[in-house]
Design a protein around this ligand. Structure first.
Ligand code: SAM
Length: 324
C-alpha cells in the first residue's frame, strides 16, 4: 500500500482467498489492506437515512425512462442503484478508488442491477463523454460534499463534468450547494488543548492547534447565537459554474456570549427540496459542523457583531474575523 501498489495487493489477496478461504491470518491482512486509506465516514454516511432519502426523492423526481445518469463517486453504489430503481435507461457510476469501485460492482450485481449500471473504476476527470458514457449524461448525481463543502474537490469535479460529461440541459443533483455560517457558543474551555498539563502551563502550544475542527451537529455544548448567513454559493451544471474564491458575511448575535463561528452545508437538490445539516439540540447528520474558534479578543458577552471573511483555493476554505 505504501508504495502505491495497493490495487495489486487487493488482487493478490483476492486470488489467495480463493485458494485458502479459511485462513484467518490472510483474512485479517486482507481487511487491513482493504480499509487502508479508505475514509472511515462511509459507514456513517450510509446510515444517514435523511441524506439517503433526500437523494432518492430527487432522483425519482428527475429520472425519465430515457434518462442516462452519471453518478460521480460510487462509494457503495447506493445513488447509482437508486437511479436505476427510479427507472433510468442506463446509469454510469465512476469511483476514483479502484478497490471501492470493485466493491460497488459486486454490490450492484448482488442487488440485480448489473445490466443497467456500469461501474467505471476511474476519477470523473478521466472520463470521456463518447468513449465512456455513450455520448453524455442527462442527469449527473453526486455526493462529493465535505463537512467544509469543498475538500472533496466538488468545484473542480462538477465544473469538469458540466463541460465534458453532461448533455446540453442536463440536470445536476444537487443543483446548488453553499456553506451556512452562524455565531456560536461552544461551552468548553478549549476543545482540544488543556492549558495546564501535569502541573505545567502549556497554553502557548495553542499556536500550533488548528482553530477549526468538526463537531457533531447535535453536540450538547454547541449553541447557535445568530441567524445563519450563506457563504460561497456554488451553482452546478452551468457552462461556467459560479465559484467565488472570496466571500464575506456579517453575523449579529441575538443573545448570550459568543466564542466561535459554526459552518455547515446546504444542498439544493432541485427546485423542490433542500438538505442542510443545521446544528440543533436534536439534529443528527453524517456531516459534521465545522467550528471555528475566535481569538480571545472576539469572545464574550459584549461581542454583538462579527464580520466574517473567507477565501479558498478550490479545496481548502480559510476564514478570518473582525468585530463588526
Ligand atoms: C461521500 S462518498 C459518496 C458515496 C455514494 N455516492 C453515496 O452517496 O453513498 C464519495 C465517493 O466518491 C469518490 N469520489 C470523490 N470524488 C470523485 C470523483 N471526482 N470521481 C470519482 N470518484 C470520486 C470517493 O472516493 C468516495 O468513494
Amino acid at each position: 500500500m505504501g508504495s502505491g501498489k495497493g490495487d495489486q495487493a487487493v488482487a493478490i489477496f483476492r486470488d489467495l482467498r480463493a485458494e485458502r478461504p479459511d485462513d484467518a491470518d490472510l483474512l485479517s491482512a486482507e481487511r487491513a489492506v482493504l480499509a487502508h486509506g479508505i475514509p472511515q465516514w462511509h459507514a456513517k454516511m450510509l446510515s444517514d437515512f435523511d441524506r439517503n432519502d433526500c437523494y432518492e426523492r430527487a432522483l425519482i423526481r428527475a429520472v425519465r425512462p430515457d434518462s442516462i445518469v452519471l453518478d460521480i463517486g460510487s462509494g457503495s453504489g447506493l445513488l447509482a442503484m437508486m437511479a436505476a430503481r427510479a427507472g433510468a435507461r442506463h446509469v454510469y457510476t465512476c469511483e476514483a478508488v479502484p478497490a471501492v469501485a470493485e466493491t460497488a460492482r459486486e454490490i450492484i450485481a448482488a442487488n440485480g442491477f448489473a445490466d443497467r449500471v456500469t461501474v467505471l473504476s476511474r476519477h470523473s476527470s478521466d472520463l470521456n463523454r463518447k468513449r465512456d458514457l455513450g455520448g453524455g449524461a442527462d442527469i449527473l448525481v453526486s455526493e462529493i460534499i465535505a463537512d467544509n463543502l469543498l475538500s472533496e474537490g466538488v468545484i473542480a469535479s462538477l465544473a469538469h463534468a458540466a463541460r465534458e460529461l453532461a448533455r446540453p440541459g442536463a440536470l445536476f443533483i444537487p443543483c446548488k450547494a453553499s456553506m451556512r455560517v452562524a455565531l456560536a457558543w461552544f461551552d468548553q474551555p478549549h476543545p482540544q488543548l488543556p492549558a495546564v498539563v501535569s502541573g505545567f502551563d502549556v497554553s502557548l502550544f495553542d499556536r500550533h492547534v488548528a482553530t477549526h475542527h468538526s463537531v457533531l451537529v447535535g453536540h450538547k455544548r454547541l449553541h447557535l447565537r445568530s441567524n445563519a448567513q450563506e457563504m460561497f454559493p456554488l451553482s452546478f451544471g452551468e457552462s461556467a459554474p459560479t465559484a467565488p474564491t472570496h466571500d464575506h458575511a456579517v453575523l449579529r448575535a441575538e443573545e448570550g456570549p459568543v466564542n466561535a463561528m459554526v459552518q455547515w452545508v446546504h444542498l439544493q437538490m432541485d427546485d423542490a427540496e433542500a438538505y442542510e445539516n443545521a446544528p440543533a439540540a436534536d439534529a443528527s447528520s453524517a456531516w459534521g459542523a465545522v467550528l471555528h474558534r475566535f481569538p480571545d479578543a472576539l469572545c464574550g458577552a459584549d461581542v454583538r457583531e462579527i464580520a466574517v471573511h473567507g477565501d479558498h483555493d478550490g479545496v481548502n476554505p480559510r476564514f478570518w474575523f473582525a468585530r463588526g
